[in-house]
Write a protein that binds this ligand. Sequence first.
Ligand code: PEP
Length: 255
Amino acid sequence: MNKKLRKAVIAGNWKMNKTPAEAKELIEGIKPLVKDADCGVVVCVPYIDLAVALEATKGTNIGVGAENCHWEKSGAFTGEISADMLSAIGVQYVIIGHSERRTYFGETDITVNKRVRAALDNGLTVILCVGEYLEQREQGITAELVAMQTKIALGGVSEDELKKIILAYEPVWAIGTGKTAPSAQENEVCAVIRSTVKELYNAAAADAMTVQYGGSMNAKNANELLDQPDVDGGLIGGASLKPADFAEIVKAANR
Ligand code: PEP
């Protein structure tokens, strides 16, 4: 596996944080700190902040993403936003299958797959999250589980469309907890995800796939995590809300 074949991407997941005014301020803080980055830099923000984020990142190297999308174009889905709506305003990325959506909002592998399909049909790049709960890790079924999540989510996705997919391995027990497994173990699961892509498609597709790690990545542990051969970037929650910390992680990806 050659890491140089793949582009590292550091993406912030702001979750349910920041008003539009605060979003502008945060992006203005991040902009100068990441302007020379070679890796991809993305901020995934609440729907209400998308317009401000798109405006504030114009002409910069920062991409803008949403945190979810619905699979239907339009209709009676109160409270939802479609992939069509996101692409209509110029959004480039969307997180799909985040464990907080699966845990708190009942999203399943099947609906994750539908959302992926809609996002791809609208030209969005998908940050597709998979990962196990602690109970599943303790049961020793992490590899099987993430392979299955990956397979279902990628159902009906062509090899060509994989260019618009970033896979994010996010162990649920590591998200927002400050806990991480030893980085070699995180790498092992990222490698399982990569070999699942190989099984579904081929070796070239697997080699080219960006596989991020997410779960309490911060300015202190980013170097070690990003040094792992199968970790090609990070999906960052808490630390993405602090410009200096987010920029340190971007710097770690650029070494
Ligand atoms: C996330 O929300 O995807 C995440 C990884 O959060 P945190 O970095 O705060 O663990």
